[in-house]
Ligand binder design. Structure first.
Ligand code: GDD
Ligand code: MG
Length: 397
């Protein structure tokens, strides 16, 4: 594939945030031994390179009661080389939707000769293995893993670490276009292939997010993204002293990380997870607060923002849901130790304007969790590996 070179990079301590890079060509043809022309504004990522990175990548699909047809489409779009990890929080009582997802995945793996892993977020064996490994961050009062997309993502990261993958990418299960899923993964691979640091993150910016009202309108920015990006940029500007618009993917649900980066970040619960990842990176490596990790700081943390060709079409969940997303996301910026008074004021004004807060109220403070330390992961692996393989005996294991 061909993508734009990173033309502008903003530095915040040891964090390098690259401006948006567009995809120019989804398929750039065969590898040529000698490049005919040298075009430094454009990067050609060879198919073999993309496959090399896909092989080292787990693609995580968090799902909760999504239409099975959508789930089926999404898994069909994940490139063959990637390991699919599904963490489901779907209903099991009235209708066993989890079983339907598992059967769909098994059938897919059978006919495509590939491997995948699926687990339910509320699996009691999983919940038992965590405290035994000395790790309780994700458990709720009932002793099971809490609800939430972020909690599902974290379980999947543990599984990706167990599977010895080097990269982990996230893709929502409610996506209508399998072709866009395929493009996201290629973008993840392309981003990692040009990263200079092993501590890297790739965030997807959709070219369009169509809305269906009277007809189809190819909207570019969602309201939540616009506001989150503005507040995130304000947080950076207040520390660097230079106004910036560098962040365009503050909420990116579709994103990927090297596991070396993933294992050292704290994560927020639910929908605050994506903005909090950036906040955690700025706090840990922005050079304003004490460094979170010496080696990562030495290499630097790199953030790429890739703009796709496919539009993004997913399930519409109404305006109440937008508030449910906006509030925790802005809460993660508001409560950051980096957040200056002017950014706090901006956040409160935005939230009041969107009727997400009343005057005098504050956004909620995010609940932060870490992935388990190496020793705990080892014990967790011992407890879980066999069980997970048994559970997934029909998905290529
Ligand atoms: N495992 C698990 N557990 N998955 C869940 C849960 C849960 O408790 N809750 C939701 N999901 C799954 C959904 O089924 C879907 O596949 C994905 O997580 C995202 O949830 P949506 O409800 O579709 O979120 P959204 O479309 O409003 O927001 C998406 O885009 C935002 C950026 O625009 C999400 O990816 C957000 O995280 C993101 O910030
Ligand atoms: Mg969605």
């Amino acid at each position: 594939m061909r993508i734009e070179s990173p033309r502008y990079t903003e530095r915040f301590g040891s964090v390098r945030i690259n401006d948006v890079q567009e995809v120019l060509e989804l398929d750039s043809g065969r590898a040529k031994e000698l490049p005919l022309e040298e075009n430094i504004a454009v990067l050609k990522i060879e198919e073999d390179t993309i496959k090399d990175f896909e092989e080292k990548m787990a693609i995580v699909i968090p799902t909760r009661d999504e239409k099975l047809k959508l789930f089926e489409g999404v898994i069909s779009g994940v490139p063959h080389e990637c390991l699919i990890i599904v963490v489901s929080n779907s209903e099991r009582k009235r209708v066993d939707r989890f079983k339907m997802e598992k059967d769909t995945l098994s059938q897919f793996c059978h006919f495509t000769r590939r491997k995948a892993l699926i687990i339910h977020q509320k699996d009691p064996i999983l919940a038992q293995a965590m405290p035994e490994a000395g790790y309780t961050d994700l458990l709720g009062e009932d002793g099971l893993v809490r609800d939430g997309k972020a909690e599902g993502m974290m379980i999947a990261m543990l599984i990706a670490m167990m599977a010895k993958k080097e990269y982990v990418g996230f893709i929502d299960a409610d996506n209508y276009f399998p072709g866009s899923v395929w493009e996201y993964v290629r973008c993840y691979a392309a981003g990692f292939s040009i990263a200079k640091s092993p501590y890297a993150m790739v965030r997807i910016l959709w070219r369009y997010k169509p809305k269906i009202s009277a007809g189809m309108f190819f909207k570019k920015w969602g309201r939540v993204s616009e506001i989150t990006n503005r507040c995130m940029n304000s947080l950076i500007s207040s520390k660097t002293g230079f106004e910036t618009e560098i962040i365009k993917t503050g909420n990116a649900g579709e994103h990927a990380m090297s596991l070396r980066l993933a294992e050292i970040l704290p994560y927020a619960s639910g929908y605050a997870v994506e903005p909090q990842e950036l906040v955690s990176i700025f706090e840990g490596f922005g050079g304003v607060l004490p460094l979170a990790h010496q080696t990562a700081a030495k290499h630097g943390v790199e953030v790429f923002q890739l703009e796709t060709r496919n539009p993004h079409l997913h399930e519409e969940r109404g305006s109440e849901h937008l508030q449910e997303m906006l509030l925790p996301g802005l809460g993660s910026i508001y409560h950051s130790r980096l957040c200056a008074a002017e950014t706090r004021e901006l956040i409160l004004n935005e939230l009041i304007q969107q009727n997400a807060l009343k005057p005098g109220e504050k956004p909620p403070k995010p609940q932060l969790s870490y992935l388990p330390k190496k020793a705990n992961l080892q014990k967790f692996t011992e407890d879980m590996e066999e069980y997970l393989m048994g559970l997934n005996s029909e998905t290529g294991h």
